[in-house]
Design a protein around this ligand. Structure first.
Ligand code: GDP
Length: 441
C-alpha cells in the first residue's frame, strides 16, 4: 500500500516527541530532520521537501506550538495540514459542463493505465447517475480498441469506435455528435500513448484538443515511476495543458513520491487515484484523508463511505426492527458478517481506524476464522439458525461434522452469538427511548 515506509518513519519521529511532554526548539528540529530524510527516501522531489520542511519549521517552532499544553500534538497537526496542502489541499472534482456533453480527454504514456482508467471512470460516473460514452481514440496500440470495448461491456456503457484507420481528430468529432444524438452527458476520449514523449504524439493530442475543446484534460500517470511521473506531468502540462492528474497503481507504490510531489510541482490537482486493476478501484483523491493516513490518524471518512455503499438503508431498518423485537438470528449474524467482508480486506479496513493502523502492521487478519464461522452457520438447519437455543449436544456434533470443525468451535460460536444477542438487545432497548429504562436489561 502507498506511503507504507513513509508512514512508519514519520510516526516514529513523532512518537519520540510525544514521549517528551515539553518540547524545545531543538527537539522539533531533530524531528524535522527525520521527516526530511523520510520524505527524501520516499522519493519526494528535493525542492518540494526543502520547501515543505521550512514551512513546517516556521510554524512549529513558534510560541503557539511550543508553549501549548500538547506541543507534540500541535506539531503533528501542523504537519498534517501541510501534507494536505502539498497534495493539493481540498478534493478537486471534474468540472461538468453546464451544457452537456462534458468532454473529458484522457492523455498519458503507454502503460500508464489510460485505457483501464477510461473504463473505471465510466463506472464511477455511471454510479453518479451519468451516462458516459467511451471513445476508442488510441488507434496505434494493438488491442487498445478491443480492450476498451471489453471494458465498455463490463460497465454496460457503449463504446464509440471507427476502427484504426481513421484520424483521431475525426473520431473524436464524430464521437461527440454521436453522444449528442444519443443523449450521453459525458464523453470520455481515450487517446494514443507512446513509450516516451515525442513531438508526433503531442501534435496529435493538440489537434484533438483544438478540434473538440475538451472541458477536462486528465493526464494518467503511473505512480510507481516516482519522479519520472512528475517529469511526465510537467512536460504534458507545458506542451498540451492539463486540468488534472489521475495517479494509477497507488496500490503498488509503497513510497508515494509522485503523489506527494506532482501537485506542488505542476500546480495541477490529483483528481483520482487508481488503487488496483479492478473497475471499482478508481477513487476520488482526497488530500486530507491521505495525509491522515500517512500520519496514522486513520481515515474514518472513507470507512464510513465504504459502509454506506455496502449497507443498504432498507436492510438497516429491518435489522433495527429485529433488534427491537429481539429476533436477531444466526441468519442476520451471517448477513452482517458478509456485509462487513464485502467492504474490503479486513486489515485494510482496520487500517483506516485511527490509531489502529500501526499496531496492526505485519499482522494478517485471519479471514480463515470468518470462513469457519460461515461454514458452521451454513451447516445449521433453518430452525437452528432462527432458534439457536435448540442446538443440543448431538446437534453440535452434527454441525461440527458438517462444517469440518470441532464441537469446541461450535461452543465458542454459540457463546459469541449469545453475547452479541445480549448486546443487541441492550442496544435495541436503548433505541426505544430514554424513558424506557432500557439500560437495566
Ligand atoms: P495504457 O497503455 O495507458 O492504456 O494502459 P492500460 O490501461 O492498458 O494499463 C496497463 C496495465 O496497468 C494494465 O495491466 C492495467 O490492468 C494496469 N493498471 C492500470 N491501473 C492500475 C492500478 O491502479 N493498479 C494496478 N495494480 N494496475 C493498474
Amino acid at each position: 500500500m502507498i506511503f507504507e515506509g513513509l508512514a512508519d518513519k514519520l510516526q516514529n519521529a513523532f512518537d519520540k516527541l510525544k514521549g517528551k511532554g515539553k518540547l524545545s526548539e531543538k527537539d522539533v528540529k531533530t524531528a524535522l530532520r527525520e521527516v526530511k530524510l523520510a520524505l527524501l527516501e520516499a522519493d519526494v522531489n528535493f525542492k518540494v521537501v526543502k520547501k515543505f520542511v521550512k514551512k513546517i519549521e516556521e510554524r512549529a517552532v513558534g510560541h503557539e506550538v511550543l508553549d501549548s499544553l500538547t506541543p507534540a500534538q500541535q506539531v503533528i497537526k501542523v504537519v498534517n495540514e501541510e501534507l494536505t496542502d502539498l497534495m493539493g489541499g481540498s478534493q478537486s472534482k471534474i468540472a461538468f459542463a453546464s451544457n452537456p456533453p462534458t468532454v473529458i480527454m484522457m492523455a498519458g504514456l503507454q502503460g500508464a493505465g489510460k485505457t483501464t482508467t477510461v473504463g473505471k471512470l465510466a463506472k464511477l460516473l455511471k454510479k453518479q447517475g451519468k451516462n458516459p460514452l467511451l471513445v476508442a481514440g488510441d488507434i496505434y496500440r494493438p488491442a487498445a480498441i478491443k480492450q476498451l470495448q471489453v471494458l465498455g461491456e463490463r460497465v454496460d456503457q457503449p463504446v464509440f469506435s471507427m476502427g484504426d484507420k481513421q484520424d483521431p481528430v475525426d473520431i473524436a468529432k464524430a464521437a461527440i455528435s454521436n453522444a449528442e444524438s444519443n443523449g450521453h452527458d459525458v464523453v470520455i476520449i481515450d487517446t494514443a500513448g507512446r513509450l516516451h514523449i515525442d513531438e508526433e504524439l503531442m501534435d496529435e493530442l493538440k489537434n484533438v484538443k483544438k478540434a473538440v475543446k475538451p472541458h477536462e484534460i486528465l493526464l494518467v500517470v503511473d505512480s510507481m515511476t516516482g519522479q519520472d511521473a512528475v517529469n511526465v506531468a510537467q512536460s504534458f502540462d507545458e506542451a498540451l495543458g492539463i486540468d488534472g492528474v489521475v495517479l494509477t497503481k497507488l496500490d503498488g507504490d509503497a513510497r508515494g513520491g509522485a503523489a506527494l510531489s506532482i501537485s506542488s510541482v505542476t500546480g495541477k490537482a490529483i483528481k483520482f487515484g487508481g488503487f488496483g486493476e479492478k473497475l471499482d478501484d478508481l477513487k476520488p483523491f482526497h488530500p486530507d484523508r491521505m495525509a491522515s493516513r500517512i500520519l496514522g490518524m486513520g481515515d474514518v471518512l472513507t470507512l464510513i463511505e465504504k459502509a454506506e455503499e455496502q449497507f443498504d438503508a432498507k436492510k438497516a431498518k429491518e435489522l433495527e426492527e429485529k433488534l427491537r423485537k429481539q429476533e436477531f438470528t444466526f441468519e442476520d449474524f451471517l448477513d452482517q458478517m458478509n456485509q462487513v467482508r464485502n467492504m474490503g480486506p479486513l486489515d485494510e479496513l482496520l487500517g483506516m481506524i485511527p490509531g489502529v493502523g500501526k499496531q496492526l502492521k505485519g499482522l494478517k487478519m485471519d479471514e480463515g476464522e470468518l470462513d469457519k464461522i460461515e461454514a458452521i452457520i451454513n451447516s445449521m438447519t433453518i430452525d437452528e439458525r432462527r432458534h439457536p437455543e435448540i442446538i443440543n449436544g448431538s446437534r453440535r456434533r452434527r454441525i461440527a461434522d458438517g462444517s469440518g470443525t470441532t464441537v469446541q468451535d461450535i461452543n465458542r460460536l454459540l457463546k459469541q452469538f449469545k453475547q452479541t444477542r445480549k448486546m443487541m438487545k441492550q442496544m435495541g432497548d436503548m433505541t426505544k427511548g430514554l424513558g424506557g429504562g432500557g439500560l437495566k436489561g
